[in-house]
Design a protein around this ligand. Sequence first.
Ligand SMILES: Cc1ncc(COP(=O)(O)O)c(C=O)c1O
Length: 358
Amino acid sequence: MSKREVALIDLGRQHAELRSEIDGAIAGVIDSGQFILGPEVSAFESELAKACHSKHALGVSSGTDALLVALMALGIGPGDEVVTTAFSFFATAGVVARLGAKPVFADIEEHSFNLDPAAALAKLGNATRAILPVNLYGRLATLPQADVAIIEDAAQSIGSGPVRGLAACYSFFPTKNVGALGDAGAVVSDDEDFADRVRLLRTHGARPKYVHAMVGGNFRIDALQAAVLRVKLRHLQSWTKARQDNAARYRELFANATLPASVRIPAHSEDHVYHQFTIRTPRRDELQAALKAAGVATEIYYPHPLHLQECFAELGYREGSLPHTEAAARESLSLPIHAHLQEDDQAYVVEQIAAFFR
Ligand SMILES: Cc1ncc(COP(=O)(O)O)c(C=O)c1O
């Protein structure tokens, strides 16, 4: 196959297809003059709750703020511990630290890249107030069975089914499976009291206006983003199916390619919505450079595990503390998998990978 450019994501194409609907949604908000909360946000929330087969959805300002406000709704603060994974985007642990609580990192499962439930249970102590698993790359984490609140970091797993713990926190960062035209997020829960605390906390804890029983913040989603997301949510099922079909095609292409046994393809899992299709190889950095030279964009999510970040040095983790996490950070490489990816682009990607190892 002759050289081509394969992008990690093609938002231009997605937006070209939806452009008139998006323009209409934005114009509707401008004409309504209702930019903060209001009918677009309420409609978005009920459509999102339905799409997540869950009772309550609250639109918030970002995926980070979804996690932050969910922990605030649990009253988490100084002296509390939250057990989580170090193989995630920084926000997962950052929100815990910002509340003055302590992130406690447990190792991941090698095959799924997700928090190992047994390792998480081993880290529970008297101060544990929540477990925060991440559905990394869009694959559902196996939840630990424990008598403690579970908040799912579902930033990458929209479309994978109902909320399983107390709450699931979504991100609509532009490159997510459903992306806003800027920052946005949501907290989804079946628990009415919890959802109500989130609702209160996202507007400074005020109820009625100017009366504050709790200290919250401004964590509101913009009505403009809600209106755009309503357009995109209508495509959630077909986009998810396209990603799952692409994953199946990659598996077939990889099965027919000759690759060393050290190259590992992600294990199949029914609920996986393939935010990423992430392979492993000990020669990751060389492979990434070769793919770049061949015109194939790839990304490393995430090269520096959270337990070894300078800002968490006082937590006392060392190189070797979480072996599976550290190996994943050295070996994982995410390939293009977006809903608009073409079949021959995928064939080209696998051909280039096979050529590198020949
Ligand atoms: C796993 C994970 N958690 C949290 C976030 C934070 O979401 P946001 O960027 O919308 O604040 C992201 C996305 O960036 C993420 O991938």
